[in-house]
Design a binder for this molecule. Structure first.
Ligand code: PMT
Length: 407
């Protein structure tokens, strides 16, 4: 899995984020999340429950966010007069991490008896909730019912993950990792101002393929999967049902996506053709190998046998196959080119019968492979090319989906 470098999302967004911290051992991890939200460009205001203060000192969050931390409903009014209302109104989004069984029960039942629950009740901003608790508490029917009630009311959940918990139990209940919460939060924040994908069924391809020569060698390319994963995460956050067909990458599966892992172009073709039968949008961001070895050697090929005569054949062109039997589906492709970017991309747009192609130039400082940012030109039939400024792949994913909504 990729680890937080601070670079991936840094300073790409602005807004006010209220981070609610309820009382659980995962409150310690919330300090990391607070720091990531700040690095991503948010003005972060932390609201803690009394119980949370038993686990982490408010000073930790005050230091990380450079803002006062609110705990008490009835503290002296400061910057945030009538605190729960002013915080709720100032927030562009709220994140509650960790959310305890007690917090979920209160909000689901309409109880607002502390600063955190009153702020949640008073806001119109999107709310992302990251539960964390003991497995037996999490699987308790009452907690599950409360999560269902809150989900149906528009609250967005991330996690919990399964694993070994602080109490020693093993099972679901561990708070999602801060980087995953951040990524999901950013998608929710970006998506909130854009057209919904509720009810749409989306297939996204991502990453490279591997075309095997023998048990130890394969042909591949430098795709990291970041672009495709960002599109899948964006579509899921905006309400779509997403199937992500992924080549081998080291990324977390975006929240809300079903992933089908494949290795070769042929496997990717089979998975995409099957998933696309029920889809209304297919976005092909994968860098599928164009050639595969004609023969696979069961034993490791010896140097002496001569790699010089490697025989290759074309892989199936997945998106072109879908283009030949298009039906009502929208097809979006990518073109990665070192030369004649626009001319080559336009040729692929027509050849593969696509509705849109995202052209990105390979080489130089802006090379898209493995990068966190991308600079692209969007090409659509009978429309002028639209060159977008450089931006993070996460924001670009939303820009691409906006243009899909416009088809
Ligand atoms: O993964 P990252 O590190 O984030 O990098 C992102 C990216 C550079 C891989 C991505 O932005 C991108 O450009 N993906 C497409 C790269 C590519 O293989 O382009 P192409 O020009 O070879 O293919 C054109 C289109 O046909 C693509 O949509 C591709 O997915 C599709 N294709 C290609 C070959 C094939 N056999 N089947 C296909 O479906």
């Amino acid at each position: 899995m990729t680890t937080w470098s601070g670079r991936r999302f840094s300073k790409m967004t602005t807004g006010t984020c209220v981070l609610g911290v309820a009382g659980g051992i995962a409150a310690a991890k919330a300090s990391l999340l607070a720091s990531m939200l700040v690095k991503s460009g948010f003005d972060v205001h932390v609201v803690m429950t009394r119980a949370a203060c038993e686990f982490v000192a408010p000073l930790t969050f005050r230091t990380l966010t450079a803002n006062p931390v609110s705990v008490d409903m009835f503290a002296e009014p400061g910057q945030w007069n009538v605190k729960h209302v002013s915080l709720a109104q100032a927030a562009d989004l709220l994140v509650v991490a960790p959310a305890t069984a007690n917090f979920l029960g209160k909000v689901a039942s309409g109880i607002a008896d502390d600063l955190l629950t009153t702020t949640i009740m008073a806001t119109r901003a999107p709310v992302v909730i990251a539960p964390a608790m003991n497995t037996r508490m999490y699987t308790n029917r009452i907690v599950q019912r409360n999560i269902e009630v809150l989900s149906a009311s528009g609250y967005r959940f991330i996690g919990p993950e399964s694993g070994r918990l602080a109490c020693g139990d093993v099972g679901p209940g561990r708070m999602a990792e801060p980087e995953r919460i951040l990524e999901y939060t950013l998608h929710i924040h970006e998506g909130a101002r854009r057209p919904s994908f509720e009810g749409r069924r989306v297939v996204v391809t991502a990453g490279p393929t591997r075309e095997h020569l023998d048990p130890v060698r394969f042909l591949t390319n430098r795709s990291s999967g970041k672009m495709g994963y960002a599109i899948a995460g964006a579509a899921a956050a905006r309400g779509a049902k997403v199937i992500l067909v992924s080549g081998p990458v080291s990324l977390n599966v975006p929240e809300g996506c079903e992933v089908i892992n494949v290795e070769t172009a042929c496997q990717m073709r089979d998975a995409v053709v099957s998933a696309a039968s029920g889809a209304d949008l297919v976005v092909a961001a994968a860098a599928v190998a164009d050639y595969m070895p004609t023969n696979f050697s069961e034993s490791k090929i010896k140097k002496s046998s001569g790699f010089g005569s490697l025989e290759l054949e074309r892989t199936p062109d997945i998106i072109a196959e879908l283009g030949r039997a298009k039906g009502g589906r929208i097809l979006v492709g990518f073109a990665a080119e070192t030369d004649d970017l626009i001319a080559n991309a336009l040729r692929k747009l027509a050849l593969k019968n696509l509705d849109m192609i995202v052209a990105n130039k390979v080489g130089g400082a802006d090379s898209p492979f493995g990068a966190d940012r991308n600079t692209v030109t969007i090409l659509r039939p009978e429309r002028a090319p639209e060159a977008l400024p450089p931006m993070s792949k996460l924001v670009l994913a939303h820009e691409i989906l906006d243009r899909v909504s416009d088809i």
